[in-house]
Write a protein of this length. Structure first.
Length: 88
């Protein structure tokens, strides 16, 4: 994955759990994190910091999750990022 390209310790974690009749799926990595300067743009269609790719993955994911009454959130730090999906 692009986020792990420059990371020495390349780890991706996937967790899923049910709490209070909701399903939570979290994908986290040990990559470089999302820069504060662009964090408000990561869900915009065709926004990218990469040289290749269509940059519609997060936009499309968020739209599908929203259409089903769910939520997509992210947290980021210099130690990596996590994206959490909540479905009712």
């Amino acid at each position: 994955m692009y986020a792990l390209e420059n990371s020495e310790n390349k780890v991706i974690n996937l967790t899923a759990e049910v709490r209070q009749e909701r399903t939570f799926i979290t994908i986290s990595d040990t990559g470089m994190g999302v820069d504060k300067e662009i964090e408000d743009k990561i869900f915009l269609p065709f926004f990218t910091t990469r040289k290749d790719g269509a940059s519609i993955g997060l936009t499309l994911s968020k739209n599908i999750i929203d259409a089903h009454g769910g939520h997509l959130q992210y947290k980021s730090s210099s130690e990596g990022s996590s994206f959490s999906i909540c479905l009712v």
